[in-house]
Design a protein around this ligand. Structure first.
Ligand code: HEM
Length: 276
């Protein structure tokens, strides 16, 4: 509602909480900059913030620079929100799907035992784990956490498939239209890891796998996100088996999403049982 009618924002109570949270979050990030600045060493840059602050000091003499505090705040808060919410939402879906499909969970655990054993998972293991890789890809395809992508704007007049789209048009690219395209997926509405496996059990890439969008503004964290998902998912399934709580059967588990900015599962309870 707020996106569509920003001028009515003052009427929306939820908006107040949102802005308050944003201010608190920004204050936290700004306090972090102050801490970094106190111990900044040009020859020992510890982080993205340090690298930015060094650039800022180099640029001090210019007036119209990019490396000002407002940009640092936007960059760090964008990276933080884009990186945290997406990964936690995808993991949230992954647990629910493992509860719903215990057979699939068991097959992932078998592959973990075979390839990783009890060692800490490393990213190099992924290439030897086609089934787990396929399951993680299918979690992302099925969860479809950003079905409307992020909004874009045409930078020039465009004619696309016979439609004229003038410069400055607000565009919502529907990732759902590819992630659930009937011509691309055998079972578009089902959780089916075989979408990413050939008949020999080898992992196959799919052009229609686009949860990170496409083109020049594709998710800046795609590689990092894929690493994080693999490491978190395998570490957790190496140590735990996830079950529905006593009294809840697999058929009771609801895969329909809750209403939110991104697509999250409805709240659910689960038991994490340590594997011996
Ligand atoms: C499951 C994980 C993730 C998914 C599904 C995801 C998805 C997306 C999507 C769909 C976009 C919009 C692309 C567009 O404008 O068309 C995006 C943008 C972005 N993502 Fe991610 N993302 C994930 C994780 C991350 C992580 C871990 C980071 C970094 C820490 C990150 C940083 C960004 C940034 C900075 C942008 C804006 C890029 C730009 O506008 O040029 N994302 N992401």
């Amino acid at each position: 509602m707020y996106n569509i009618f920003p001028h009515l924002g003052f009427l929306l109570r939820a908006n107040k909480g949102l802005l308050q949270n944003r201010d608190e979050f920004h204050a936290y990030i700004q306090a972090t900059f102050v801490e970094h600045l106190k111990t900044l060493d040009k020859n020992d840059q510890r982080s993205f913030i340090d690298a930015f602050l060094v650039k800022q000091q180099e640029e001090k003499s210019t007036t119209n620079g990019y490396f000002h505090n407002g940009n640092l705040l936007s960059l760090v808060s964008n990276l933080f929100t884009a990186g945290v919410e997406t990964i936690s939402t995808t993991l949230n879906w992954s647990f629910l799907l493992m509860l719903k499909y215990p057979e699939i969970q068991r097959k992932v655990q078998e592959e973990i035992e075979k390839v990783i054993g009890s060692n800490p998972p490393r990213i190099e293991h992924r290439a030897k784990m086609p089934y787990t890789d396929a399951v993680i890809h299918e979690i992302q395809r099925f969860a479809n956490i950003l079905p409307l992508d992020l909004p874009h704007e045409t930078a020039a007049d465009v004619t696309f498939k016979g439609y004229f789209i003038p410069k400055g048009t607000y565009i919502i690219p529907l990732l759902t239209s590819v992630l659930q395209d009937k011509s691309q997926w055998e079972k578009p509405d089902m959780f089916y890891p075989e979408h990413f496996l050939d008949s020999n059990g080898k992992f196959v890439k799919k052009d229609a796998f686009m949860p990170f969008s496409a083109g020049r503004r594709i998710c800046a964290g795609e590689t990092l996100a894929k690493m994080e998902l693999f490491l978190f998912f395998t570490s957790l399934l190496q140590r735990f088996t996830f079950h529905p709580p006593p009294g809840v059967s697999v058929s009771d588990l609801d895969l329909s999403p809750a209403i939110s900015f991104n697509v999250i599962p409805k709240p659910y309870r689960m038991c994490a049982v340590i594997r011996s």
